[in-house]
Design a protein around this ligand. Sequence first.
Ligand SMILES: CO[C@@H]1O[C@H](CNc2nc3cc4c(=O)[nH]c(N)nc4cc3[nH]2)[C@@H](O)[C@H]1O
Ligand SMILES: [Zn+2]
Length: 373
Amino acid sequence: MLTFEIEKKSTDSRARTGSIITAHGEIPTPIFMPVGTLGSVKAVSVEELKQCEARIILGNTYHLYLRPGCEVMTHMGGLHKFMNWDRPILTDSGGFQFFSLAKLAKFSREGVNFQSHIDGSRHLFTPEKAVDIQMVLGSDIMMSLDWCIPYPANEKETMAALEKTTLWARRGRDHWLEKGGVNNLFGIVQGGMYAHLRALSAQQLIELDFPGYAVGGLSVGEPTDLMYEMADHTVPLLPHDKPRYVMGVGTPENLVEMVGMGVDMFDCVMPSRNARNGQLFTGRGTINISNARFRMDENPIDDACNCYVCQNYSRAYLRHLYKTRELLSYRLNTIHNLHYYLNLMERIRQSIKADQFSAFKKEFFSQLNHKEL
Ligand SMILES: CO[C@@H]1O[C@H](CNc2nc3cc4c(=O)[nH]c(N)nc4cc3[nH]2)[C@@H](O)[C@H]1O
Ligand SMILES: [Zn+2]
């Protein structure tokens, strides 16, 4: 079972620093988790992840169940050994993929019947099966099977998904405890964009006494203000002495805002996905490296960044690699973006420890969107 110690609380926000300890190591919070859906954070090696100081990464149950499958994963000794990553792994349950990927997903009390988006084969995911697969993967933190609904959704749809999510959370938890309660299982709060349903979902999951809690159903296309409103309402309802994780979030601005709401854990495809689309993060906003203005720009991506890429390559060279679709482009852009996100979280943690988070937040937002990018 994981341990979670809160170290320092901000005196003028809900931000806090802490430390989560799992079977594969210590996770300082607030933490950003790079997404490694299929057993790799796309385009970078585990050594490069460690150079960026990644402490925990995400895997995905739905995807790894379909490919390479449980037989290979069992034979290879689990996901850590398979991908040679000896630090913590959190695996998402697949709840999001049923709404975003799997064809013809049918939700019932039993679970989710779906067709693989790869070959159309039919499968049934139950809450118990989702736990079994994540135990085969050897996750440090497993996520309950939940029903993430699209945005917008009416109150009736939202309530139906919330009820299934709670039913499945209970069944998944009971199954997890029957299997010895190893690894760790988090509950996922749903309730869409209805504050009273968020409160109901949170209350039902708190009664199930999970070691940690996630806020799901956000970053699904809703306006940012609505995402903030739902997070700000829901996070304080969750146990203060347990890790609180907002799934699929987000931009650097989202991270800073939500740390102030008391969120401890984040994951998002943005640093890696945007890197592959040539969008690079800097303290003054993002740049599109394909832009002609970088054609003979000797400067690094961000002169405030000390990552391997900013120490060794110019914007001109990175633009050339991107324009010619050189494979090195995806690797270098991703290393920089991951370093930016992980270094941002380190700076946030330091500011909370010095009780300077609000000053940090003010400076962070004043730096953004500076003209001379
Ligand atoms: C901003 O990035 C875009 O938006 C997605 C991230 N947004 C997101 N919201 C999520 C919600 C849930 C949930 O309710 N339940 C479970 N189990 N997992 C989830 C995973 C989620 N990821 C990226 O895929 C990207 O397309
Ligand atoms: Zn850099």
